[in-house]
Design a protein around this ligand. Structure first.
Ligand code: WT7
Length: 646
């Protein structure tokens, strides 16, 4: 039996929302309508999940008649059984006559193009008709390999409109990764583009598509959007230009009457271990989960300009760039390029120029900006911002403070949202009425219920352990494509009747959750199990440090000894005195027991393309073991540096 996880780091700062934010918030309005007096009462009342989700659905989705809100047969949930529902009804069809801007698009070279809801509707219908002409039927799969251009949401919505299942592959993935996913989902048609702009260069997507599909028999046709007009090779029997084949189609297309529980899409998880999992999401529950959370957590209103700065190739983009903002009818900014191109202030320039009011990004991006320094945001007028968000990894309290101070100008609450590809929507996250503690995603949202279980499966109330979700939720995954046993084993076998998230976390005396990392990355030092995130946050709290990753190396006495890889801020001198200072700093912040044995300086850390630090690979490299497949890494060259770090 494994020991339980211990807890060290204690954060005491609290940031309460302003009265104005609370009073005007969407969630507060709903509470008033329901006569719910405060946050605690809301959380309590919403534990009647069938009542809660049925009630909020009325304002958010056009679900119509259904038999049951929830039909739960462990481990499979169905939501709004018996109803006909297609997410496109709410994301697109109901806005078809609106001249409001759906997307403000800015390309990396700097051109700006607005797409209204009405225009979006026309574009989606044309592509939907094109797919129909190619014989794509309800339930069949379409592979999408597109960058951050408006044609990507158009393609997803076109699939959904005709009841086909989309499987988007992140455009930064290699031909091989795209190929594996197309074979697994048995795509009939693929939608891609010639090439796109990234970091001052172009990425040849059509070429990668050709390479990937060379030996893939299931794909009959490839629709190619012209983004850069670079030359591409052409297969007359297979390839179709978007501007020929799609443009000539009708601008009306009936929406397929799918069942509420029909599959909307597959999305392969980036998979830090093993073969990627084709996570299945369905129409109605997902639509409700994402639209409620966006409306309540980020409090979006009629005049907001929303910028979720993720890539649509990840669940964050599927949920919070495509479907939820469209369901709510808001205006989103969409930016094609790299964050520091041509300079480290590109994002801040975009915010000032487009008057972005709510920004949602990741700790990895924030830590990147801290490395360059606050002079970059300080060059721009960021006063349009009223709320900020974070997702993807635990946000280190000092990175949180930097974000709060230099981006939010100490007036924006930071919504740290914990969730997963599998959960579809936010699960643990603050509301505008929640007091914040830097580094904590706060509490489970209304309608969700989470807990910490020790290794024996007993609930831990004030300590560390495995994060589990106790009840089903509407945006939850509906399985892993073609792998029901893996679905059962990965999420439902560790503890009886509850969903295992695979993360370790702790809950404090106020019921706040603190995510400590993935359970695979837990360290074991002198009989104590410690989450990597606590030690890394202690390192990041030192003024010289921008980023850190810790791993355990086998140690004859302690079990494991801690090695820390550290990226310092610009202009900091590297020497042994600083190493010593950092080791002592960790010991002071959280205790001698976790004092790193070694501190090594690096200029980069291996990360997935979604920005997560790959500690498994760092560890393998540090121990001289086989590092395995590096194809999902954004920066494979960083692995070499780990080997040579001093
Ligand atoms: C894993 C899920 C959810 C969209 C992006 C990632 C980590 C995510 C947080 C957060 C601490 C977080 C967890 C989780 N994670 N958000 N706010 N605080 N950790 O989706 O690739 O499926 O990754 O990301 O470890 O399990 P994903």
């Amino acid at each position: 039996m494994k020991k339980d996880v211990e807890v060290y780091l204690k954060e005491k700062r609290i940031f309460s929302p302003s009265k104005e934010l609370v009073e005007n918030s969407n969630v507060k309005k709903w509470m008033d309508k329901q006569n719910i007096k405060d946050y605690d009462a809301l959380l309590k009342k919403s534990q009647d999940i069938e009542w809660f989700w049925g009630e909020v659905a009325k304002d958010l989705i056009s679900i119509g008649d259904y038999e049951k809100v929830l039909d739960w047969k462990l481990p499979y949930a169905k939501w709004f059984t018996g109803a006909k529902y297609n997410i496109v009804q709410d994301a697109l069809d109901r806005h078809k006559d609106s001249d409001k801007i759906a997307y403000i698009f800015e390309g990396e070279p700097g051109e700006v193009e607005n797409t209204t809801y009405k225009q979006l509707y026309g574009e989606v219908c044309k592509l939907a008709n094109a797919l129909k002409e190619l014989g794509v039927k309800k339930g069949e799969r379409v592979g999408i390999y597109l960058p951050m251009i408006v044609q990507l949401p158009v393609a997803m919505l076109a699939c959904a409109k005709i009841g086909a299942i989309h499987s988007v592959v992140f455009s930064g993935f290699s031909a091989k990764a795209f190929q594996d996913r197309m074979i697994d989902c048995e795509a009939k048609v693929v939608i891609t583009c010639d090439s796109f702009y990234r970091n001052g260069k172009t990425v040849p997507l059509k070429k990668q598509t050709d390479e990937a599909l060379e030996k893939v028999d299931c794909v009959e046709k490839v629709i190619v959007y012209q983004r850069t007009k670079e030359e591409v090779s052409w297969n007359k029997n297979k390839d179709l230009w978007w501007h020929d084949f799609v443009e000539k189609q009708e601008m009306e297309c009936e929406t397929e009457k799918t069942d509420a529980n029909d599959t909307l899409f597959f999305l392969y998880t980036s998979g830090t271990t093993g073969k990627p999992k084709g996570i299945i999401h369905a129409h109605a529950g997902y639509a409700l989960g994402i639209s409620l959370t966006l409306k309540w957590v980020f409090d979006l209103k009629e005049n907001d300009v929303w910028w979720c700065a993720a890539d649509i190739g990840w669940i964050t983009g599927h949920s919070y760039i495509v479907y939820a903002p469209l369901i709510l009818g808001v205006t989103s900014l969409m930016y094609e390029g790299a964050p520091v191109c041509p300079q480290p202030d590109r994002w801040w320039e975009l915010i000032a120029k487009h008057k972005v009011s709510v920004l949602y990004t990741s700790p990895t991006a924030i830590r990147l900006f801290t490395r360059y320094g606050e002079e970059y945001p300080q060059k721009h007028d960021l006063s349009s911002l009223r709320l900020l968000g974070s997702v993807g990894e635990p946000i280190n309290p000092e990175a949180w403070m930097w974000y709060y101070k230099y981006i939010g100008n100490e007036k924006c609450q930071i919504m740290d949202t914990w969730w997963q590809t599998e959960t579809g929507s936010h699960v643990i996250a603050p509301l505008p009425i929640t007091d914040l503690k830097p580094g904590s995603a706060t509490k489970p949202l209304p309608g969700f219920s989470a807990a910490i279980f020790n290794e024996k499966g007993k609930e831990v109330e004030n300590g560390g352990g495995n994060l589990v979700l106790l009840k089903p939720w509407p945006g939850m995954l509906r399985g892993i494509y073609k792998e029901p046993e893996r679905y059962q084993k990965t999420y439902w076998d560790q503890f009886k009747n509850v969903y295992s998230a695979g993360d370790i976390a702790r809950q404090d005396k106020d019921g706040y959750f603190w995510i400590q990392g993935r359970s695979d990355d837990v360290l074991s030092v002198a009989g104590h199990r410690v989450g990597n995130s606590e030690i890394e946050s202690a390192l990041v709290s030192h003024p010289s440090v921008a980023e850190a990753a810790v791993i355990g190396k086998p140690h004859p006495i302690k079990g494991e000894s801690i090695t820390a890889y550290v990226i310092v801020k610009k202009g900091i001198k590297l020497n042994d005195a600083l190493k010593e200072e950092l080791r002592n700093h960790v010991a002071e912040e959280i205790g001698k027991i976790v004092k790193p044995q070694e501190v090594l300086f690096v200029s980069d850390l291996p990360k997935t393309r979604s920005g997560k630090i790959m500690r498994r690979i760092i560890k393998a490299k540090a121990l001289g073991e086989e590092v395995g497949d590096l194809s999902t890494l954004a920066n494979p060259e960083a692995v070499e540096e780990i080997g040579n770090a001093k």
